[in-house]
Design a protein around this ligand. Sequence first.
Ligand code: ASP
Length: 324
Amino acid sequence: MSTAPNPGAACIMVLGTGGTIAGTGASAASPLDYRAGVLPVTQLLSSIPSMASLPVRAEQLAQIDSKDMSAAVWRSLATRCAELLTQPQVRGIVVTHGTDTVEETAFLLHQLLAADKPVVLTCAMRPATDLGSDGPQNLADAIAVANTPGAAGVLLVCSGRIHDAVHASKVHHYRLDAFDSGDAGPVGFVEDGRVRLVRPWRSAGAGGCRLPALLEVAQWPWVEILTSHACATGTAVHLLCAAGVAGIVVAGTGNGSLHAELEAALLHAQALGIRVVRSSRCGAGRVLPGTADRLPASPLNAVKARIALQLELLAAGDDRLGGS
Ligand code: ASP
């Protein structure tokens, strides 16, 4: 669907992938009883007044509950965004997405794309049919951000706040304001359709060149996430090693500390050549590396550290991917 009569005219592209923002439920009063990824993105756009000074065009890229995000959807989304970013008439891109994995998709796109224009992901905590549906406002805000002169990089807009792809994470399972950027804070706010920045746009630097080679790799490396906790053991690590895992991210306690039994198994895995990276299961802050560390630490949360490790392993296997 296109609301722009002239395909060569400047526009904002909206790519639909599903999520609660496109979800429908049996009743307007039961916000948890619904199916995600039902309504087409054209219908989401028809629920908001046209407020952008540029025409908005829409494409349906996927129609999923983002808890089921796959490498196949990621590939087609990254490929389409990369194509659109090269088109001079595209001012910016908006991606409608489920909240569950939107921080992962945003981080992946940030790693892959040379986003000198805005790539704005948005979502909703209530389905489109709900009494308190937040999708239309979030979508309107995302379009306003994509239409803002100077905006760049991969961003996430939800509940009036603009987060960058590196720091955004889902911190609440129910509240409309479900995302936070931790110590970094949001990039800015959308207020009455206008953007108020509190720190500079973060543009993607390293991305772009990696993408074509990455998409040729049929199977991305298998990287799992484990958590350290009371009474943890090394059993899952041994099973993963036997099954051929390529990398393990472990969400440690506090500053990435690990139960001794789990740590022993992870050191064994590392000695076998499996890449092990420590993150923290704390919702905020970053693991500070220490001189006595026997397992490397990542400043990212576990789900983003998993993607970073996948890309690192891919790069190590293919020097066209630009890995170190
Ligand atoms: N499970 C939904 C999804 O991620 C949740 C949401 O969008 O809020 O697609």
